[in-house]
Design a protein around this ligand. Structure first.
Ligand SMILES: Cc1cc2nc3c(=O)[nH]c(=O)nc-3n(C[C@H](O)[C@H](O)[C@H](O)COP(=O)(O)O)c2cc1C
Length: 399
């Protein structure tokens, strides 16, 4: 039940706006106090009177209208009263406005003025969702604790079968309930009491003082996992290789450079960890010799001999002693077979497979494989969402 919870439902100008009616009805059935805020575009797709009737409260469509005239500064009062703001459906336009600090209508003004948790259910054409500007905005909002649900794959209004469909109202209610502070069914803190060590980013193997062998890893998946685990109550240690990402708040971050220093940091911090997730892209080979002075450009060719680096995952697999160990496999072919082989070779409990093309991207399509050979396939979604899917799976296995 959501008794005593004030929920703002933002409805924007997507074709899925009619689904907001089911969302509002479901929230009302759980006894929530629901306030609908609509953009001008949304009012062309679904009637405010319908949502006013379903919510039992006035619908806000205009900052300057007196729909809420009983309140002194209505939009601020509403913004402060809310326990959660759900925007469903959320257009590319509103994602862009919120990410860029624009508050030129009732919804974006309320979002900006509210300290409440925000849950965004995007819905749009697949090309819009894949647009780099939208991806950048989603990624930025995720790093600021906005939670995204969907979009899902399915039949789009334009006729194609692709990503962009709004998540089902039932799933949105479930996620909102999980996020609400103090809610009876809240599981937002379902990792409370768990210690989680996560590695992220790429390693850099020095050739000389200015050159290195590196890889394209951005650290986005590992950082998303660290952030999501912290949000869910875990005590998180992040061992981070190279990345341009800012260190998340509330997390112990240990910066490392190469495979050797990552190995040292992980081994030194592994004791007492309930879960270890190795999301870093660790170099398999390093230069056998590191030159202590910068190599001069003299001969036409130079030969670089490479030696295998230390295998962190294999060492953890040998030493794990009750720790739940998760590895990643970025493959270009035979994804599932290669990952299953890696899982048994390294004594892992879970392996996440993604295509090597997902590296550096804000979203990825992942497959989660457990020890029993079950493969959960997740369509392309933001890495923050993938992170929560991975944590859900881990929790289902350890509890
Ligand atoms: C019939 C129709 C359906 C639309 N569906 C979507 C949609 O699903 N997602 C989206 O981002 N934009 C969609 N748009 C475009 C938005 O309505 C448009 O970008 C508008 O400026 C959004 O305003 P708002 O973000 O203030 O609601 C649609 C437009 C029309 C005419």
């Amino acid at each position: 039940m959501l008794t005593n919870k004030t929920i703002i439902v933002g409805v924007t100008g997507g074709i899925a706006a009619y689904k907001a009616c089911e969302l509002v009805s479901r929230l009302k059935k759980l006894n929530a106090d629901v306030w609908v805020v609509m953009t001008a575009a949304a009012t062309k797709l679904v009637g405010p009177i319908t949502l006013r009737t379903l919510s039992g409260n006035p619908v806000v469509t205009d900052l300057f209208a007196d729909e809420l005239s009983t309140l002194p500064v209505p939009h601020i009062a509403l913004a402060q009263k809310a326990d959660i703001i759900i925007i469903a459906p959320c257009t590319a336009n509103i994602i862009g406005k919120i990410a860029n600090g624009i508050a030129d209508d009732a919804l974006t003004t309320i979002v900006m003025a509210s300290p409440a948790q925000k849950l965004i259910a995007p819905a749009m054409n697949a090309e819009m969702w894949r647009n780099p500007a939208v991806k950048k905005n989603v990624s930025w909002l995720e790093s600021r604790d906005f939670v995204f649900i969907g979009p899902e794959e399915g039949k789009l209004a334009c006729g194609s079968e692709d990503i962009g469909v709004m998540s089902k109202p039932r799933a949105i209610v479930k996620e909102a309930t999980r996020l609400l502070p103090g809610s009876k069914t809240a599981s937002a803190a379902d990792l409370t009491g768990k210690k989680v060590l996560i590695t992220a980013g790429g390693t850099r193997e020095a050739i000389d003082p200015v050159r290195f062998i590196g890889n394209r890893s951005s650290g986005k998946m590992g950082y998303a996992l660290a952030e999501a685990a912290r949000q869910r109550g875990a005590e998180v240690t992040l061992v981070s290789g190279s990345t341009h990402l800012a260190a998340p708040e509330g997390i112990t971050v240990i910066k490392v450079e190469d495979a050797k220093s990552m190995h040292e940091a992980v081994i030194a911090n592994r004791a007492g960890q309930h879960i270890i997730i190795m999301a870093a892209a660790v170099a398999d080979y390093r230069p056998t010799i590191t030159f202590w002075q910068k190599l001069k450009k003299e001969s036409e060719t130079i030969k670089l001999e490479l030696s295998k680096t230390v295998d962190i995952l294999a060492d953890l697999g040998r030493l794990k002693n009750g720790t739940y160990l998760v590895g990643f496999a970025a493959e270009t072919n035979d994804h599932v077979e290669n990952a299953k082989a890696k899982m048994s070779e390294k004594n892992l409990d879970l392996i996440i497979v993604n295509d090597a093309s997902a590296i550096e991207q804000d979203s990825s399509e992942i497959k989660i494989i457990d020890k029993h050979g079950n493969v959960d396939e997740h369509p392309e979604q933001a890495k923050h969402q993938s992170a929560n899917k991975i944590l859900d799976k881990i929790l289902s296995q350890i509890t």
